[in-house]
Every structure is written in C-alpha cells, then in structure tokens.
Design a protein. Structure first.
Length: 210
C-alpha cells in the first residue's frame, strides 16, 4: 500500500482530487488531500509546505512504507520544501503533475519572464472562474457528466508572494522526482513540461492524454 498526498492547484480545492482519490483507494492505496485555501497569499512557499507537511504527519500511519507527494500546476512550487520539513517520513518521491518545477535561484514569475512560452499565451490573463473559460482551457476533455462536477471544484488560491520568491539553493530535491505531462494541456505548455522534466528534474516526462 502507498499513500499519495495530493496537492491541489491554484484554481481548484481539494475536492478536485475526489475521482482520483476514489480510484487510488479502489486499488488499495490511501489519499491525503491538504487544503491550502487558508494560507495568506502574501506568505512564501514555506507556509504552504508547512500545511502539506502537517497534513501528512496527522494522517500517516506507522505501517506505511511508501509516501508519494504529488502536486498539480502552481503547487509544484511547494514540493521541494516538504522533504526538508518531514525528513523522517518514508517519502518515495515527488510527482509533478502538469506542474511548475522549481529551479534554485528562480521563481515562477522569473521563469515566465525568461521563457514566455511556458504558458499557452491564450490562457494568460483569463479568469478560470468564468464557466466558458474553464470549459475551454481546463475541462475541455471532460465528458458532460464529469464537466458539471469539475466546474464545482473550482476555487482560487492566489500565492502571490510564493510565485515571485526565488527557490533557495538549499531546497534542491532530496528524494527522487517524477514528472507527468498532459499532452493536451491548454494552460501550461506541454513542450515546456517535457523540457522542465529533463532539464530541471533529470527525468523523462511520463506523458498522458488530457
């Protein structure tokens, strides 16, 4: 059995993981879904990572031997911090799911400034709380029954300071990392995901539809 800590994105709350959590539990695994919605937007990445680490420490049980930390989208900012906060936990690895992969000395905003192609330019500046925008950019491959549920999971997490904060050198990954790239993503560019996996994490991206 493995435990998956599923960290939601900047446009969804923990409920966005419900279908995946059910699928994992059907296979004998556990899912932890921390809620980052109450973190002060002017806090740095450490504050968000502390919420995630606290959730893991409260939920993990002694006989578990594999803990995977998975983050989607902007929450990739927080993954490198967590192993430093819970060094005694049995962390099997970090998983970036269509997520920003931080690099020492850079911030998300400085990366975007240097490489504007990181995001689909048509997505930048759009309001994901607008139903039509969400249908076009976030949930374009959802079936109709799933679409209504997906729209209900939206919630903004505006990590203003964390996005402009440089990742310190001491936050280099201390555990293995994986990258899952969504080849039909309309927000973060799939080509950037492939390159980030290779250049920032030293791995080849695992590609899935969606």
């Amino acid at each position: 059995m493995a435990t998956f800590c599923l960290v939601h994105s900047s446009v969804q709350g923990p409920s966005g993981w419900a279908l995946l959590a059910d699928a994992l539990e059907d296979r004998g695994h556990r899912a932890i879904m921390p809620d980052l919605g109450d973190v002060d937007p002017d806090s740095g990445s450490l504050a968000y990572a502390e919420v995630i680490a606290d959730a893991v420490e409260k939920e993990i049980v002694s006989d578990e031997t594999r803990l995977w930390l998975l983050a989607h989208s902007a929450s990739g900012l927080f993954l490198p911090w967590i192993p430093h906060l819970i060094p005694d936990m049995p962390i099997a690895g970090l998983i970036y799911l269509a997520a920003y992969a931080p690099l020492s000395g850079e911030s998300l905003l400085s990366t975007l400034a240097a490489d504007p192609g990181m995001f689909n330019p048509a997505w930048l500046g759009k309001d994901p709380m607008d139903d039509e925008i969400a249908r076009e950019f976030l949930f374009h491959d959802c079936s109709e029954p799933v679409l209504g549920w997906a729209l209900s999971t939206r919630r903004l997490m505006v990590a203003r300071h964390a996005m402009s904060e440089l990742l310190p050198a001491g936050m280099r990954p201390t555990v293995p990392a994986r990258y899952i790239a969504c080849r039909h993503d309309r927000t973060l560019a799939p080509e950037w995901m492939r390159r980030a996996a290779r250049e920032r994490l030293g791995v080849e991206a695992i590609e899935i539809d969606g």
